[in-house]
Design a protein around this ligand. Structure first.
Ligand code: GKR
Ligand code: MG
Length: 407
């Protein structure tokens, strides 16, 4: 059960031109895959951000982790925290540790012959509902053919995108990434979705693109239409001001993002729903603990996502299965990136918008070494080392200003 090697592989995979409040997704998204090699031949898998600093930090802790047992996740966490030193923030350390923790839990499950969810306290549900993650988008990347999804730049385009998402994956709730067009256009889009999909819960997330005043107005116009309103404004105080007058709960993955900010949240109550994300809450066990904290303080839980592949989807599914109050349908970008996955097809599938909790040992997914190689070569050849939505947007619209709030 000793770790004999930590293999870190940065990858780049195809991503459509999805618009958000800071620009647009580039043709390639970056991720890191970690293979934790254990003596006896078991390999634990982890996936996380592909940003340069994460790779550097993994490299910095790699040799200190070799030789430890995969069951010593507490010790590995303290190694990561002490090795990375005081100049690296706790949040950045948690991002690094989470990749290693998932790989350790995958290896533990494989050694014991049990699924990861059993190492987190066992499954309270066996299927995890996800929501359709709708984006305004261009038909294709500049200078490229239109992609399989086509354009979605107005209410009709978003309704068509939602229909395809629901047809392909059966989603039972819809989330719109907003903060792209003036709020009245986005209100019209939500209304069009409500008309086209009566009864389906709806959410909008402008990632802090609105002022407090605009948020009050949108919240009042969409009263009775939204399941929750996610991050309309930036900052805990502004969120609390909007929350005080909104009829629907506010939700966040931007102002309650750590134990430190959680403490502030329970005095200011900026949100009713915390979006967990094991990638930055420090792994699956800390996410499970966040569930207990939310329960204690009367907050509901949902789950945040960023562009990701199947190792992360498996990890998200296991932790959601083990967290009783993670009851809202989780976010996932997976439908946008699924063609380039690094795991073998079959285990991860959507039926009626839900993913069955894998039952095989560990995460229950298997690496596809050819896909990993191909995506790693793509990473090397692309020369891309960080996500730059604003820079990419400026190639098309040179005067694009990402300053928030915009509306
Ligand atoms: O993929 O453009 C995107 C999203 O805006 C993502 O970066 C956010 O982190 O999905 C996320 C969110 O809920 O804020
Ligand atoms: Mg969000």
């Amino acid at each position: 059960m000793r770790i004999t090697d930590v293999v870190v592989t940065p990858i780049a995979f195809a991503d459509p031109p999805l618009l958000n409040s800071t620009g647009v997704h580039e043709p390639l998204a970056l991720r890191t895959v970690v293979q934790l090699v254990v003596d006896g031949g078991v390999v634990g898998l982890g996936e996380g951000s592909g940003e340069r600093d994460v790779l550097d930090h993994l490299e910095a802790v790699r040799t200190a982790i070799v030789g430890r047992s995969v069951f010593e996740t507490g010790l590995i966490e303290s190694i990561v925290f002490s090795k990375l030193g005081p100049d690296v923030s706790a949040m950045r350390k948690r991002r690094v540790f989470s990749i290693l923790e998932v790989a350790c839990l995958d290896a533990q499950g494989k050694l014991l012959g049990v699924p990861v969810v059993d190492l987190l306290g066992g499954a309270v549900r066996s299927w995890i509902p996800y929501s359709a993650y709708l984006f305004y988008k261009w038909a294709g990347h500049p200078d490229a053919e239109p992609d399989e999804w086509g354009a979605a730049l107005d209410p009709a385009g978003l309704v068509a995108q939602a229909r395809r998402m629901v047809e392909l994956f059966g989603f039972g709730s819809l989330k719109l990434k907003g903060g792209v067009f003036p709020p009245d256009e986005e209100i019209a889009a939500i209304r069009a979705l409500a008309d086209a999909f009566p009864g389906l819960p709806l959410r909008i997330d402008p990632n802090g693109a609105w002022s407090v005043e605009t948020s009050h107005r949108v919240a009042s116009e969409l009263s009775g239409v939204l399941e929750y309103l996610e991050d309309p404004v930036l900052g805990m105080d502004a969120m609390a001001e909007v929350a005080a007058r909104a009829s629907m709960p506010l939700a966040t993955n931007m102002c309650v993002v750590s134990v430190e900010t959680f403490a502030e949240a329970v005095t200011k109550y900026p949100v009713g729903v915390v979006l967990s994300d094991h990638h930055y809450w420090g792994g699956l066990r800390h996410t499970r603990e966040l569930g207990a904290l939310c329960d204690t303080f009367g907050l509901a839980m949902s789950m945040h996502s960023n562009s990701h592949l199947g190792i992360s989807l498996a990890a998200m599914t296991h932790v959601a299965a083990a967290t009783p109050n993670l009851a809202y349908a989780c976010d996932t970008h997976y439908p946008w990136n699924r063609h380039d996955d690094v795991v073998q097809p079959g285990v991860l599938r959507f039926v009626d918008g839900a993913v069955p909790v894998p039952t095989g040992p560990g995460l229950g997914v298997e690496l596809d070494p050819d896909a990993l190689d191909r995506l790693h070569r793509q990473y090397v050849d692309s020369g891309r080392r960080s996500r730059q939505d604003t820079v990419y947007m400026r190639r098309v619209q040179p005067d694009y200003d990402p300053t928030l709030p915009r509306f």
